[in-house]
Design a protein around this ligand. Structure first.
Ligand SMILES: [Zn+2]
Length: 201
């Protein structure tokens, strides 16, 4: 089995473009995990399909907290803090990406990309890792992902509703006196509301 350093060196020689992405993701994520490489692949597929130009903003919805969100954060600045990254944890290795909608538009086309088990079947080691039927190290899975490239993903175009910006109302919670963003007409913050429900059950 190759070491991760040997794998990285190989990427540097064989695919400099991918390496320029990998070398930013590694310090951010901690190492080149299989999921982080999958995230890079998904990002590249999304940018190509949506024809994302340099400097153009993208919005990302990741269906897992595992690894995949990180390439989108470090390579595209699609972060949780700027609200261009959301995670809706369905436990799936999938992301939906769209470009910024022009103002006044209610819906925009996006692309949903997923690691397709029908396709990973062609790569038994990768498939075993994906289905978690065998414990495999990243050093075993990453080379297979590199070999497979974009052949193990599928995608579909989806319509995405553009959220309407609402006026922000700030209230003081009637229990803890801390300020919170009021969504409906609630008088307690979520934290106090949750603890109240807990005690009344
Ligand atoms: Zn409160």
């Amino acid at each position: 089995m190759e070491t991760m350093d040997e794998i990285l060196e190989k990427i540097k020689v064989e695919n400099p473009e991918l390496f320029s992405q990998v070398e930013k993701v590694v310090p951010f994520h901690g190492f080149l995990s299989s999921g982080a490489l999958i995230g890079i692949h998904m990002l590249n597929i999304a940018k190509r399909i949506l024809d994302v130009k340099e400097g153009e903003r993208i919005y990302t919805l990741s269906e897992t907290y595992n690894c995949i969100p990180d390439p989108f954060q470090i390579l595209e600045g699609s972060t949780t803090g700027n609200k261009r990254l959301r995670v809706h944890d369905t436990g799936k290795m999938a992301v939906t990406v769209n470009k910024q909608a022009p103002s006044g538009i209610a819906s925009i086309k996006g692309v949903r990309i997923y690691l397709d088990p029908e396709k990973t079947k062609n790569y038994p080691k990768l498939h075993a890792w994906y289905m978690n039927t065998k414990k495999l190290r990243h050093e075993e899975v990453v080379p297979v992902l590199l070999e497979a490239g974009e052949n193990v993903y599928s995608y579909e175009m989806v319509d995405i509703d553009v959220p309407v910006k609402k006026k922000k109302t700030i209230k003081l919670c009637q229990k803890c006196n801390e300020s919170f963003i009021q969504r409906n007409n609630e008088v307690l913050c979520d934290a106090c509301n949750d603890s109240q429900t807990e005690t009344t059950i």
